[in-house]
Design a binder for this molecule. Structure first.
Ligand SMILES: [Zn+2]
Length: 58
């Protein structure tokens, strides 16, 4: 089952979303996006928990 994440569920107004084959790959894409677009070089634990709670299976 693939995983899907929409950034707008955590960051208001962000239209980016992504899908990946598993959670590890998904988090790689999310950290890349967070770094490039949201200037988050380290993602705080709190944000990771939030992201995890919003991941959907597709
Ligand atoms: Zn975003």
């Amino acid at each position: 089952m693939a995983k899907k994440f929409a950034c707008g569920d955590v960051v208001d107004g962000c239209a980016w979303s992504t899908t990946a084959k598993d959670e590890n790959e998904l988090f790689e894409q999310i950290s890349e996006h967070a770094k490039n677009v949201h200037n988050m070089t380290d993602i705080p634990d709190e944000v990771i928990q939030k992201v995890k709670s919003k991941i959907q299976e597709v």
